[in-house]
Ligand binder design. Structure first.
Ligand code: PGA
Length: 228
């Protein structure tokens, strides 16, 4: 059975109290997850310690990790407001890199994305590199550690719109990404819901889902995990 990753991207949402409520509802649901599924929750930086603590009691029965939504391209020093891979490593094992919202709103180009990927890999973190087109996958400069990354294919038209890509096209893109980058896990993201997640994860080249809006509600997210 293939390994399936289900990653929650909370984006710019949730206060500490709201995160605590989500974590309590998620933990109290007595969620059953087979070993073939790996769950990652990516909150804002401010919530990393809270989420790490909140998922701790689940770790002996399900594979669940906390991830960051971004990382600095710098390692250390005079960069006010930045958070480095080394600092993230205190809480997380996974980092989203190059999400299209960062490429668009914060002018992240391929050099920035490559630097961020290098920083995460140097600190033993797993980068989940988000790409919306094949050129973004072709531009990745990964060196020897190329197989230590996860890629999420997220077409821009599908993000937050309620209109996902077709499973067939997403699968074709995942296949092409693997041809470019090697046999790495490739996830699909963009309007994933409890109703459509299986259509994607059942495809031969898709290894999971990156879930935005539908991950904000713990019950909806649990249904996605269950249905995936
Ligand atoms: P969405 O976001 O599920 O709300 O479409 C996905 C993402 O941006 O990662």
């Amino acid at each position: 059975m293939k390994k399936v990753f289900i990653i929650a991207n909370w984006k710019l949402n949730k206060t500490r109290l709201e995160a605590q409520k989500w974590l309590a509802e998620f933990s109290n649901s007595n969620i059953q997850v087979p070993p073939s599924k790996e769950i990652v929750i990516c909150p804002s930086f401010t919530l990393l310690p809270e989420v790490e603590l909140g998922i701790h009691s689940l770790k002996d029965r399900i594979t669940i990790k906390v991830g960051a939504q971004d990382v600095s391209k710098f390692s250390e020093g005079s960069y006010t407001g930045e958070v480095s891979a080394k600092q993230i490593k205190d809480f997380s094992e996974v980092v989203l890199v190059g999400h299209s919202e960062r490429r668009k709103n914060f002018s992240e180009n391929i050099e920035t994305v490559n630097q961020k990927v290098r920083n995460t890999l140097e600190h033993g973190l797993t980068p989940v590199v988000c790409v919306s087109q094949l050129d973004e996958a072709k531009g990745l400069d990964l060196g020897a550690k190329s197989l230590k990354i996860i890629v999420a294919y997220e077409p821009i038209f599908a993000i937050g719109t309620g209109i996902p890509d077709t499973p067939e096209n997403a699968d074709k893109m995942a296949k092409n990404i693997k041809e470019i980058l090697g046999e790495i896990p490739v996830l699909y993201g963009g309007s994933v819901s409890k109703f459509n997640v299986k259509n994607f994860t059942a495809m031969p080249h898709i290894d999971g889902a990156l879930v935005g809006r539908a991950s904000l509600d713990p019950h909806e997210f649990i249904a996605i995990i269950q249905n995936a």
